[in-house]
Design a protein around this ligand. Structure first.
Ligand code: AMP
Ligand code: GLY
Length: 423
């Protein structure tokens, strides 16, 4: 079976490595992929947003199955485009991807179907938004409606900051059209948990929970990033909480999407906050998380290719989805300066790693047979072990065996989880 994976980061590398375990997936192509994935697939360089080229490539290469991983092509209708031509896909269609692509949509959905989330107001007129932040409780959260590379959320500690956030989105168009509509919502407190799930619209199977580390620096300081590391499972996510989330959030969400005529098929990501009033949805993503995937998929014992096909055929209820009870830790190695400006083009060298450790490459290119850094987040080192402590230790041991100039990583990935586990 010939499979193409659209996307080119660490998440996609983790998906590809997992798919490769099934000998049925005889050839795997990445669109575009990156220079660090060469051992695992064919890198095509075709842009993730180039829908016409996806179709052309699929036809010319007799592709049997496509996986669309990133939010932008999903929101643009990459799955619709391929399915129309008879190519089976894993990923939601454009109508369902709106659950991530528009925060105003997802907030309205939650309100309509009583799914717990932060209270909110939606504004399309700047003067109304400004008037609202004059009066509301502080701190307050201001969000651009559309996709903004994870940067369209501002937590305003003062009224002044809230006003600036509204102005930057609605007047200065800092996030382009994504900020024409803004959602202003209640500030929630509590530990955050990421839960990815497989769903075919009828059945929903949560994957093992995980914890992201979004800030650039140790101790959750510094700027927000795409994610500097992850652990799985997330120790805050107890069995009781999982049961509540299934009943109050996960099932109601897929049922709500069905009722809206927007059946969601693919990976639905629940960004949750465990508040004192119970678990609440902070955000939905219509895709696998990055770098959550880099700890979740290494714990998957069942066959990912089979699960993807079952989701596409709407028979997820018939296949086994089993996760190991081990722990995983992923440490992201970035270019010094990320998430602002940084240099690239340094050679990456990786020594032999322990059997429980693997590298997922995010930002690299191949030049004259050498793999060079080519992005902010360069790669993630994931280790799996029977204890969280050992997984963390082994991931950091792995980091010592990865070399490139200007490398930068957090030293405390998993430490908070470790403390919770020991309580
Ligand atoms: P989002 O892009 O919606 O996931 O928001 C990015 C990050 O902002 C989340 O991971 C949270 O840490 C934080 N955040 C978003 N909404 C809220 C909220 N209502 N209260 C507190 N923090 C929030
Ligand atoms: N790690 C957060 C995300 O993928 O959106």
């Amino acid at each position: 079976m010939k499979v193409m994976v659209i996307g080119g980061g660490g998440r996609e590398h983790a998906i590809i490595k997992s798919l490769k375990k099934n000998p049925k997936a005889s050839e795997i192509f990445a669109l575009p992929g990156n220079g660090g994935m060469e051992e695992d697939c064919t890198i095509t360089g075709i842009g993730a947003m180039d829908l016409e080229e996806h179709l052309k490539f699929a036809k010319e290469n007799d592709i049997d199955f496509a996986v669309v991983a990133p939010d932008d092509p999903l929101a643009k209708g990459a799955v619709d485009n391929l399915e129309k031509a008879g190519i089976k896909c894993f990923g939601p269609n454009q109508k369902a991807a709106i659950i991530e692509a528009s925060k105003a949509f997802s907030k309205d959905l939650m309100k309509k179907y009583n799914i717990p989330t932060a209270q909110f107001e939606t504004f399309t007129e700047m003067k109304d938004a400004l008037a609202y932040v004059e009066e509301c409780k502080i701190p307050i959260v201001v969000k651009a409606d559309g996709l903004a590379l994870g940067k369209g959320v501002i937590i305003a500690q003062t009224r002044e900051e809230a006003k600036d956030a509204v102005l930057s989105m609605m007047q200065d168009k800092k996030f382009g059209e994504s900020g024409s509509t803004v959602v202003v919502e209640e500030f929630l407190e509590g530990p955050e948990v990421s839960v990815l799930s497989f769903t075919d619209g009828k059945t929903l199977v949560p994957m093992v929970s995980s914890q992201d580390h979004k800030r650039a620096l140790d101790g959750d300081q510094g700027l927000n990033t795409g994610g500097m590391g992850t652990v799985a499972p997330n120790p805050y996510y107890t069995e009781d909480i999982a049961k509540r989330c299934m009943e109050e959030i996960f099932i109601p969400t897929i049922e709500a999407m069905n009722k809206e005529g927007r059946t969601f098929k693919g990976c639905l990501y629940f960004g949750l906050m465990l508040t004192k009033d119970g678990p609440k949805v902070i955000e939905y993503n219509c895709r696998f998380g990055d770098p959550e995937t880099q700890v979740v998929l290494p714990l998957l014992e069942s066959d990912l290719m089979e699960i993807f096909e079952a989701v596409a055929d709407e028979r997820l209820g018939e296949v086994e989805v089993k996760f190991s009870d081990k722990n995983a830790c992923c440490v992201v190695m970035a270019s010094n300066g990320y998430p602002q400006s940084y240099e690239k083009g340094f050679e990456i060298k990786i020594d032999k790693l322990k059997d429980n450790t693997q590298v997922f490459v995010a930002g690299a290119k191949l030049v004259d047979g050498k793999v060079l850094t080519n992005g902010g987040r360069v790669l993630g080192v994931t280790a799996v072990s029977s204890s969280l402590e050992q997984a963390i230790e082994d991931a950091y041991e792995g980091v010592k065996h990865v070399h490139f100039d200007n490398a930068f990583f957090r030293k405390d990935i998993g430490q908070r989880a470790l403390k919770v586990e020991r309580r």
